[in-house]
Design a protein around this ligand. Sequence first.
Ligand code: URA
Length: 216
Amino acid sequence: MNAETSKDPMVHVIDHPLVQHKLTLMRQKDASTNSFRTLLNELAMLMAYEVTRDMPTHQVEIETPLEIMSAPMIDGKKLVLVSILRAGTGILDGMLTVVPGARVGHIGLYRDPKTLKAVEYYFKMPKDTQERDVIVVDPMLATGNSAVAAIERVKALKPKSIKFVCLLTCPEGIATLRKAHPDVTIYTAAVDRQLNDHGYILPGLGDAGDRIFGTQ
Ligand code: URA
């Protein structure tokens, strides 16, 4: 993490030992497709726990087998989890395990290999997104172009709030996203050293989509 990132209150690095341990296992080039996918799923559950930490609750009266009590329940409409296809699916599944009632949106974007710009091919969101908090997920915040484009589309629907969750990022990706969307909080397990000329994060973990789906 560089000095600037470590001071930015809008960038949360989840440094829990379990998260860091699992990320290290995922980075290793010999990790099988099965273990990469399993680890991403577990990491997404742990990250969901952090990202939803500030969800408001209200007290409801319930009856235990022994007596009546007032107990907290999550307030308001269910969250919307927005997966940037295709690699976002890997995080989405784990987060849905922890927040099973969440609504789900999908944004299909691919990265033009020459320009590294995001090109949209699919967009489907729940109808009442303006009444909900949104969490956009993609394992890698690299150039930041896909995240910026996805969040622009989501913002047009005027949700109550937007957070962005990734597994790994780099100073370049954070700078691009922060500049375009300074109101969006970023949650990540690590901020790596840099981006290479092909838009890959170094040291990184390679192509997240290929490693999740075994398409390499
Ligand atoms: N997307 C990936 O899958 N990996 C990177 O390093 C950058 C973007």
